[in-house]
Design a protein around this ligand. Structure first.
Ligand SMILES: Nc1ncnc2c1ncn2[C@@H]1O[C@H](COP(=O)(O)OP(=O)(O)OP(=O)(O)O)[C@@H](O)[C@H]1O
Length: 274
């Protein structure tokens, strides 16, 4: 297997007037042709990490390397745009553009001085719309689309960019339940068939554990656990990060259960005191 993205001692955080370190010395690999899902509780630093590996946020130290060893954190934006495509959590407002025109924006890094799309660009746009099953939306105004439809179109825009690394921050957040399964499955298929490295973040823990090839778990305190879903679940790291109150993660079935504590209660209630 080939690593499409390698974190090498990456420390993420924010400089600003009061610098903050979110996670230190991260080491991990996401493989080419595989869907890797980044999970972690709210505020753990998932978005910060994704923005850093896309070159949108400067790391405090360390590197994020593409398959050929190029360090993302030192690449110029024009080079980055040909190799990494990203979809953030915000649904953008592209004015009066149609869905197809939004997807065409993905070809921008390849256009010459005229800014005109050539035949190959149009083919890639058609392919990307088909790939996320959004061809039927192509001529609709983007701002008329539902959030779920818009999310698919933005994914198509990212695919049209012909990246080697595709990074999506919570891509299923606006989708209905069947569409969430379908979309993660689609990303896994695209990773395999297109030889893409796909890294997504998700709060859909149970789905992520079932449909991902690999998991990066960013736990509170900035510790990262990586491996197959089974490895990460059976290490106890998922439970340590997410169990709370009566909620327990079952590492064998990849589901959360509410433990009612009844097994600890005596079969016959004792008579009330007094
Ligand atoms: N620009 C910023 N400057 C300083 N701190 C920030 C900045 N952006 C985010 N943070 C902080 O970094 C931490 C990690 O935030 P981040 O959004 O990366 O977490 P997350 O795991 O994606 O959270 P969620 O699951 O809630 O989306 C949080 O404590 C957040 O308040």
């Amino acid at each position: 297997m080939t690593a499409g993205l390698t974190l090498a001692g990456l420390t993420i955080g924010y400089r600003g007037r009061r610098p903050v370190t979110i996670a230190s010395d991260l080491t991990a690999e996401a493989q080419v042709g595989r869907l890797t899902t980044l999970i972690g509780p709210n505020g753990a630093g998932k978005s910060t990490l994704l923005r850093t590996v896309c070159g949108l946020e400067r790391p405090l130290s360390g590197s994020a390397l593409l398959a050929d060893g190029t360090d993302v954190t030192r690449m110029r934006p024009a080079r980055l745009a040909r190799r990494i495509a990203t979809v953030g959590t915000q649904i953008v407002d592209p004015g009066r553009l149609t869905a197809r025109e939004v997807v065409e924006l993905g070809r921008t890094p390849y256009l010459g001085a005229t800014g005109r799309l050539g035949a190959h660009d149009r083919l890639r746009v058609d392919w990307a719309l088909e790939a996320v099953r959004a061809a039927a939306l192509a001529d609709r105004p983007f701002h008329d689309l539902s959030d779920g439809e818009a999310q698919r179109v933005l994914a198509a825009r990212a695919l049209a960019q012909d990246p080697e690394l595709l990074v999506l921050d919570e891509p299923t957040s606006h989708l209905d339940a069947p569409s969430r399964v379908e979309f993660l499955d689609l990303l896994s298929t695209l990773a395999r068939e297109q030889r893409l490295t796909v890294l997504v973040s998700s709060h859909e823990l149970e789905l992520a554990m079932r449909l991902s090839d690999a998991i990066w778990l960013l736990a509170p305190g900035g510790v990262m656990h990586t491996g197959t879903p089974l490895d990460v679940a059976s290490s106890g790291a998922v439970s340590a990060a997410f169990d709370r109150g009566r909620l327990r993660f079952d590492p064998d079935r990849f589901v959360f259960e509410v433990k009612d504590g009844s097994s600890q209660r005596p079969a016959v209630e004792p008579p009330p005191a007094g």
